[in-house]
Design a protein around this ligand. Structure first.
Ligand SMILES: Nc1ncnc2c1ncn2[C@@H]1O[C@H](COP(=O)(O)OP(=O)(O)O)[C@@H](O)[C@H]1O
Ligand SMILES: [Mg+2]
Length: 323
């Protein structure tokens, strides 16, 4: 299987002004040297607490913001170097679905107009548009009569189906899904996830599926990447992550996301103590070290590299072999 997206050591640092006269500049290392690839037709789940840099990474992959350092490739082309026609081709190959469908749809446009927009921008033949819209709307299981309505006249689930339709209208190869079901009711969540799985099979779509909810990620992903304060802690197949997590952070996430029986509830104590994470005052060594129950001297001194400890299983922890 060939690679569709390659994220190569990407960093994004934001500078913000702090202090009374806003003269002190503070650096926020939102994304701090992240690498991974996604194959055609594959789903990589990206999981991490709020503020860990997931959306910043998504925006870079879509070319919406430029990395501070290094770059991203789509089909072996540097997305920030491409110009003109090549840039347009790259954009056509990717799509995005956000958490809040209502905020991402134009309230004054009918559903049909919203679906037409990407086609107009990309110079699709006018006489083909109605056919493509009809086909796409049925692919996401919506009735055609919804096409003349406005977003606020639809339910949350229907709105998210429209966002999915809009994202696939140009038949992309890769979608970034940033918390696509977090704003939906649980029953609707499952329907959208199943729809995404169906579409993936039909179009051999690759997904970067972002969520703070490990259980949602588990359902849809082939591989899972665990992010914490701008860095990847662990990357492995879903099965490995759930049955053989090596990073203390991943283990903590699994425990806190599990539906624990009363007898097991005490085990929750293993999840993290200490100050909530902050990107402004990062520790010198491992980012988890202030909260990690297993930390040793090396963990405080040295940032652990992401390394392959089993085939296809990567961990950034000095003590991965012992734990
Ligand atoms: N444009 C920006 N300017 C300054 N800081 C930002 C900007 N965008 C995001 N951040 C900061 O970067 C960090 C990561 O944010 P984000 O990528 O939204 O995380 P997540 O999606 O995982 O919740 C946060 O501390 C956030 O405040
Ligand atoms: Mg986010």
């Amino acid at each position: 299987m060939s690679t569709i997206v390659k994220v190569d050591r990407v960093k994004k640092y934001f500078e913000i002004n702090k202090g009374i006269f806003r003269k002190r500049v503070t650096q926020i290392k939102a994304v701090d040297g992240i690498s991974f690839s996604i194959k055609k037709g594959e789903t990589l789940g990206l999981v991490g607490e709020s503020g860990s840099g997931k959306t910043t990474l998504a925006r870079m992959i879509l070319g919406l913001i430029k990395p501070t350092e290094n770059t991203i490739y789509l089909d072996n082309k540097d997305i920030f170097e491409a110009l003109g026609k090549e840039r347009k081709e790259i954009r056509k190959k990717m799509g995005i679905i956000f958490q809040d469908p209502l905020a991402s749809l134009n309230p004054r446009a009918t559903i049909k107009e919203s679906l037409k927009r990407p086609m107009l921008v990309n110079g699709i033949n006018k006489k083909d548009m109605d056919e493509i819209i009809k086909d796409t709307i049925s692919k996401v299981n919506l009735r055609e009569e919804l096409l003349d309505r406005y977003p606020h006249q639809l339910s949350g689930g229907q709105q998210q189906r429209v966002s999915v339709a809009r994202a696939i209208v140009l038949r992309p190869e890769f979608l970034v899904l940033d918390e696509p079901t977090s704003a939906l009711d649980v029953s609707v969540q499952a329907q959208i996830l199943n729809l995404l799985l169906d579409l993936q099979e039909q179009y051999n779509l690759a997904y970067l599926f972002i969520s703070h909810d490990l259980n949602v990620v588990r359902f849809i992903s082939d591989r899972i990447a665990v992010m914490y304060l701008g860095k990847l802690m662990e990357v492995a197949s879903g099965e490995e992550i759930f049955n053989n997590a090596k990073h203390p952070y991943t283990q903590g996430l699994i425990l806190s996301s599990a539906v624990l029986s009363p007898r097991d509830r005490d085990r929750k104590k293993i999840s993290f103590a200490g100050d909530p994470p902050s990107l402004i005052k990062l520790p010198k060594g491992c980012r988890l070290s202030p909260r990690c129950p297993y930390k040793k001297e090396v963990c405080v001194e040295k940032i652990p590299e992401l390394r392959e400890i089993l085939p296809g299983h990567f961990v950034a922890c000095h003590r991965a072999e012992e734990l």
